[in-house]
Write a protein of this length. Sequence first.
Length: 374
Amino acid sequence: MRICLNAALLAGSRKDYRAAGISHYQSQSLNALAAIFPSEWQLEAWVSAEIPQAEYPGIPLRHAPWSLRRPGPRILWEQLMLPPSLRGADLFHGMAFVLPAFLRCPQVLTIYDLSFYREPEHLPAARRHYLSRATRWSARRARRILTISAAVAADIVEYLGVPRQRIDIAPPGVDHSRFCPRPAEEVAAFRRQKSLPERYWLYVGTLEPRKNLVTLLAAYAQLKPEQRVPLVLAGGAGWGTAEIHSCIERWQLHDSVLLPGFLPAAELPLWYNGADWFLFPSLHEGFGMPVLEAMACGVPTLTSDANALRELVGDGSLCIPARDADTWRIALQRIAAGQMMRPQVREHSLQRAAEFTWENTAKQLLASYRAALA
């Protein structure tokens, strides 16, 4: 069996925000698949021209003739250049929303979220129009659809009309050897190195409207100055970032809100470990990878009540209506005063995070491949 994967969004060794999100899922899935792939099957992954084979020694990489970082060249390649190279493939897995139009073998499609349907105002118009049309068309052609949470599976049924029995759920895992509680002296040394305060609240993710940071800042601004634990908003700048800076300016929060930018992967576990609480007010998520990473580090989490986030954190963590700034204010006041049950939330976070591994993700991918081939 020749199984071909379109991993065009794989970022390889890049150290910027493109290495997170979908790229991270593709990278970890490929490595986990390589470890358990049936010996009688042939696996190959199609990637951007600049991705080195040495980073994925267990999987033969097939390279596009040019870089696939920009949407235009990527769409041109996957619709016109890729299909002739897949002649003889027994199964094709489109790992991000869209399938090639001119491909006749059985196909599997991964859909990470449907934010372009649920929150269309939070995406640029060109991206929204392309994804909404191409994803709907691709979903109807795929034999199996993979997604990362039951919440997204429900959205796929509702918005795309796909029968639930054609959808498989393969949640992301987390690298528990990296994302885990670190020794106190190591965390203290990291705080000193980065000139971080003894207590801080942390958000990690792209700075964009869908992440609802304006509501968080509105709640934070209502705290008395002595209640404000320093707030770190870490992540690469997406579109619409100007409003976040405007809020910081309007409410004079420069002294208490830190914007360190995109955090290198090697440092990320220590940023989590050093945080007093992890805050994630997102309006909509397909899963919520930063929340899982924070939980695996034993950091108490406070998230919005978006369906996927409630599903991820389970019953032992705290979820707040996403747009309710006043409820966020009350919650922030309570955690600042130490009135939340932090040890209990921490223990629940560790137990819940232990359920998510990349080996389990890869096993579900294989199960979907077998179902599509059947």
